[in-house]
Write a protein that binds this ligand. Structure first.
Ligand code: SF4
Length: 242
């Protein structure tokens, strides 16, 4: 089987009605739940502040790398006030392995100050208040809402966007438009877990460059099935373990 480096563009289902799309999307979510029963936030945290900090650190790096530095960081800086009063160079040294460490350290100090000044040091459980914090975008806010506060949120990262386009749920590229389109298809109570399932599937099976279609549990529901490796054994070898 030749190496596949550039999968074809995602496909949609020709002539699919809005109702048929809604039903297929919900069936796909249920199939993903079976395929990835352990889907969860892969960042380690115990409080909303820890998750907010870990999510800021996760930009342009892996969750594994973030989890390697956060035990020391969280022990040294347990509160927003601690970040607000921090020596930026000390934070830089701790978070260096996550990359872009100078900008991230500056963000964490700014975040600590904003939390102290605007929210008495607490992380707000509100989308508008979260995105108003320095360095916090919509994706980070939805991660915190969904995983720290139990408020359903769609976390449109690179995996989520790629998956829903391949699944033919939307053709939108803009994350906010993707969020709106998926929000109209999937029940709100499912949003947080759906996000984790899509991200798990994207990390392990439906890779950006070499999707493992021949080993994909949702291939029957995916109009893009076949854009990646279709040979079952070769596809199984592409699947990344948990
Ligand atoms: S069949 Fe599976 S691996 Fe292939 S494009 Fe669709 S979701 Fe991705």
């Amino acid at each position: 089987m030749p190496r596949i480096d550039a999968p074809a563009a995602p496909r949609t289902v020709a002539g699919e009605t809005p109702l048929a799309l809604l039903r297929r999307a919900r069936r796909t979510n249920r199939a993903l739940a079976v395929a990835h029963p352990d889907a969860h936030c892969e960042l380690d945290f115990t409080t909303p502040l820890e998750l907010l900090v870990a999510t800021v650190l996760s930009a342009q790096t892996t969750d594994v790398r973030v989890n390697q530095v956060t035990p020391v960081l969280f022990a040294r800086y347990p509160s927003a006030a601690d970040y607000a009063a921090a020596d930026v160079e000390d934070i830089e040294q701790i978070i260096r392995p996550t990359g872009f460490f100078r900008a991230k350290a500056k963000s964490l100090v700014g975040l600590g100050r904003a939390l102290v000044e605007r929210h008495d040091g607490e992380v707000p459980a509100d989308l508008d208040a979260l995105v108003a914090l320095p360095g916090v975008g919509r994706k980070t806010a939805n991660v915190v809402l969904g995983d720290a506060f139990g408020v359903p949120g769609l976390t449109v990262d690179t995996h989520f966007g790629r998956l829903v386009r391949r699944l033919g749920w939307t053709t939108e590229e803009d994350p906010v438009k993707v969020e709106t389109a998926v929000g109209e298809l999937i029940e709100k109570r499912e949003w947080t877990l759906l996000s984790h399932r899509l991200i798990f599937h994207g990390r392990r099976v439906c890779h950006s460059r070499r999707p493992a279609c021949g080993a994909c549990a949702i291939a029957q529901l995916c109009p893009s099935a076949g854009i990646g490796e279709t040979d079952p054994a070769a596809a199984a070898a592409l699947v990344r373990p948990y």
